[in-house]
Design a protein around this ligand. Structure first.
Ligand code: BTX
Length: 323
C-alpha cells in the first residue's frame, strides 16, 4: 500500500494531493492514509503535509522501493509488482519461495543481501545500499531447454541499459558484465520446471553501483559504476534494465526472435576475436572466440584448430588478461 501512495504522490509531484483523493483511489480510510504517510516520511521521503491541502512530495531517499520503481516505468508486466526489502538473505531464494503464488514479472529487490549467491553456490557480495540486488520472477510459455537463453537476454539488456546511460560496458559471454576489464554485474538464472514445462524462472541480477571498496578476495576483479567514474543513480539503471529486458524477452518468448539480443551480445562482446581460457571443472584450455551464432552459442577455435560451439552455462571463461 505504501508503494501505491508513493506512486500517487510522484505522479502529482508538483501539487498537493488530498488525503481524501488517496483514500478514494486506494479504497482505504483517511486515517490509514495518514498512518502510511507517517511511515513513508520515517523512511526518509521528503513530504510536506498541510491541513486541508494534503501531501506534496519533494524528494525521495536513494531507495529501490516499489513506489519509486513503478513511477513512470515503461513496461507492460515486468515490475508491476515490486517486493522491496531493507535486508534479506538472497533475493533469488526469496523469489523462488514465492514464485508459485506470484504474478509474472514480479520483482524482488533488497538494499542488502546477507547470503547473495553466484553460480554453483559461489558467494556474491551485496553491500548495503551500494548496488542493485534484484530478482525477476518469469513464467514464460516456452520449453525448459530454451530457458538458458534468458541469461543472454539479461546480459544484453544490462549492457544496453548501461550504454543508454553513457557507460562503456561489455559482455563477457554469457553472464558477466564488465567495465574497464572488471566485473560490474553478474547474472544467476534459476529454473523451476517439470520435464516439458517451466513453472517459473528466477532471473537474478547483481550490480555494483556505488561500491568504492571491495573485499580483498574480489578487489582485483570487481568494480562499480561509480568507481569507474560514472555518476548514475541506481534507480535509473534499474528502470532502464527492466524496460530493455522486457523488449528482448518478449521478442524471444512471444516471437521466437533472438536477433536483437544476439546483435547486442556481438556488438558489446568483451571476448569476440580474443583468446580466452575455458575452464571446465579442473580442466583449463586456451582457445580463440570467433563468433556468437544464431542460437546464441559461442563459437571457438580450439587448440587443434577445430571449430567448437559452446552452450551457455556449461563452462566458465577467463580472459587472457584478467577478463
Ligand atoms: P558468478 O558465479 O559468475 O560469480 C561469482 C563470483 O564473482 C564470486 O566467486 C567472486 O569471485 C565474484 N564476486 C562476488 N561478489 C562480487 C561482486 N559484488 N562484484 C563482482 N564480483 C563478485 C554471478 O555469479 C551471478 C551473481 C548474481 C547475483 C544476484 S544479486 C540478486 C540475486 N540474488 C542472489 O542471491 N544472487 C542474484
Amino acid at each position: 500500500m505504501r508503494s501505491e501512495i508513493i506512486k500517487i504522490l510522484l505522479e502529482n509531484k508538483d501539487e498537493f494531493v488530498s488525503g481524501e483523493h488517496i483514500s478514494e483511489r486506494l479504497g482505504i480510510s483517511r486515517s490509514a492514509v495518514s498512518k502510511h504517510i507517517k511511515n513513508i516520511k520515517n523512511q526518509g521521503y521528503d513530504i510536506e503535509s498541510i491541513t486541508k491541502k494534503g501531501h506534496k512530495i519533494f524528494g525521495c531517499p536513494d531507495l529501490l522501493s516499489g513506489g519509486i520503481i513503478k513511477h513512470d516505468l515503461n513496461t507492460d508486466f515486468i515490475g508491476k509488482e515490486v517486493i522491496h526489502f531493507d535486508t534479506i538473505g538472497s533475493t533469488n531464494d526469496y523469489a523462488k519461495e514465492i514464485a508459485g503464488d506470484s504474478i509474472d514479472g514480479t520483482i524482488v529487490v533488497s538494499e542488502e543481501q546477507t547470503k547473495g549467491r553466484g553460480r554453483r553456490g559461489k558467494e556474491w557480495h551485496s553491500i548495503k545500499g551500494d548496488g542493485i540486488w534484484l530478482s525477476i520472477i518469469l513464467k514464460p510459455d516456452i520449453y525448459p531447454h530454451k530457458a538458458p537463453f534468458i541469461t543472454q537476454i539479461a546480459g544484453a539488456s544490462i549492457v544496453k541499459s548501461l550504454r543508454n546511460l553513457g557507460i562503456d560496458a561489455s559482455i563477457k559471454w554469457p553472464n558477466d558484465i564488465i567495465v574497464n576489464n572488471k566485473k560490474v554485474s553478474g547474472i544467476l538464472t534459476e529454473l523451476g520446471a517439470e520435464i516439458d514445462q517451466i513453472n517459473y524462472i528466477v532471473l537474478g541480477i547483481g550490480m555494483n553501483v556505488k561500491t568504492m571498496n571491495f573485499p580483498e578476495e574480489i578487489n582485483s576483479i570487481a568494480t562499480s559504476i561509480f568507481k569507474e567514474g560514472y555518476d548514475v543513480k541506481r534507480i535509473d539503471i534499474l528502470k532502464n534494465i527492466l524496460e530493455e529486458f522486457e523488449k528482448l524477452y518478449l521478442d524471444y518468448t512471444e516471437r521466437n526472435d533472438k536477433s536483437s539480443c544476439i546483435k547486442i551480445c556481438k556488438e558489446s562482446s568483451a571476448i569476440l576475436g580474443k583468446k580466452i581460457y575455458i575452464i571446465n571443472g579442473d580442466k583449463k584450455r586456451k582457445v580463440k572466440c570467433i563468433d556468437i551464432n544464431e542460437e546464441g552459442n559461442l563459437v571457438i577455435i580450439n587448440e587443434d584448430n577445430d571449430i567448437e560451439e559452446l552452450i551457455s552455462g556449461e563452462v566458465s571463461i577467463r580472459g587472457e588478461h584478467n577478463y
